[in-house]
Ligand binder design. Structure first.
Ligand code: 13P
Length: 339
């Protein structure tokens, strides 16, 4: 384990004014999103689509790292440069999703546990060779009648901690992602309670497994009402989220990079910006968005080569808005900028 490398990578991932692009959708997940827009899901369409992001002019000003899927880590751009090498040339850190998905938790039919620990040590060694310097593992917590169960909190926290420790052994920074889903009619208080429990269990297990907190990045969901409940204003989401994190996340963690979880582009940016206007926190607060960075660009592209440059501009607009939000400096004009 190279602690100096882990700390350095983690700090670069959450560097001031930058955030992470999550482009690590599995084939079925990207397939669903492509299908909704009539785009074919092939190795080549996935490569072309993802290259559009990586080749966006100025991407390195806003994006510190990109989370890739196994296939993309092994692909090259149109010039024959392997994607990890291309990213390194721009000062962007390549990362890799290593979990194999959220599966039904035995004995708890409505809950999930994330799998992927078998063989992980060997996979991480190969990913390091291929250039990955950080990894991602997403745990999923569902809110519903009588759930989450203690079994769900515990199983997911334990797996996250074992994954994190294996990553650090391989000198790869683990993104620790306990996602509380927005789906449901629960109010913001219930989201707060469940997220607090999930983060307590996660940090307790990280401690048990001896994970070095200086060498991780936390990727949580925000404290927000369920999609079937009354919405609250952005300031409330921001202050409730920062309060929850203050209660659960040790100061040694260098940064917190949120997922967008199905929020609109504007909400994901607005919530992050509002949090960063609440004053100095012990950790940098930034983004690690998938949908909130990609959705508009994907729609704009629609699988057509002639739309690639407008799609790239649409992505850069979201990237610049979120980079500004990570400093609490988002302004309405940025939504209309054309560069
Ligand atoms: P969303 O921002 O679309 O939630 O995706 C982020 C991510 O990487 C989920 O694991």
């Amino acid at each position: 384990m190279d602690i100096a490398l882990l700390k350095d990578t983690a700090q670069k991932m959450v560097a001031s004014g930058k955030g992470i692009l999550a482009a690590d959708e599995s084939h079925p997940t990207i397939g669903k999103r492509f299908a909704a827009l009539g785009i074919e899901n092939t190795e080549e369409t996935r490569r072309t689509y993802r290259q559009m992001f990586f080749h966006s002019p100025g991407i390195e000003e806003c994006i510190s790292g990109v989370i890739l899927f196994d296939e993309t880590l092994r692909q090259s751009d149109d010039n024959g440069t392997p994607f990890p090498q291309f990213m390194n040339s721009k000062g962007i850190i390549p990362g890799i999703k290593v979990d194999t998905g959220a599966k039904d938790l035995a004995g708890h039919s409505e809950e999930k546990v994330t799998e992927g620990l078998d063989g992980l040590r060997d996979r991480l060694a190969e990913y390091f060779e291929l250039g990955a310097r950080f990894a991602k593992w997403r745990a999923v917590i569902t809110i519903g009648k009588n759930i989450p169960s203690d079994a769900c909190y515990m199983a997911n926290a334990h797996s996250l901690a074992r994954y994190a420790r294996l990553c650090q052994e391989a000198s790869i920074v683990p993104i620790v992602e306990p996602e509380v889903l927005m789906t449901g009619d629960h109010n913001i208080d219930i989201c707060d309670r469940v997220t607090t429990n999930a983060l307590h269990s996660t940090f307790s297990q990280l401690g048990e497994q001896g994970v070095q907190l200086e060498g991780i990045v936390l990727k949580p969901s925000m404290i927000i009402p369920g999609t079937g409940s009354q919405p609250v204003d952005q300031k409330t989401v921001a202050s409730r989220t920062v309060d929850c994190l203050s209660r659960t996340v040790p100061d040694a963690v260098p940064g917190i990079a949120f997922l967008s979880g199905g929020q609109s582009d504007e909400d994901a940016t607005g919530h992050l910006n509002a949090m960063n206007t609440l004053g100095q926190q012990p950790w940098n607060l930034t983004f690690s968005y998938g949908r909130a960075l990609q959705a508009t660009a994907m729609k704009t592209w629609a699988g057509k080569p002639e739309n690639l440059s407008t799609a790239s501009a649409a992505f850069m607009r979201r990237a610049r808005c979120n980079a500004a939000a990570s400093l609490g400096e988002w302004r309405e004009e940025l939504e209309h900028s054309t560069d």
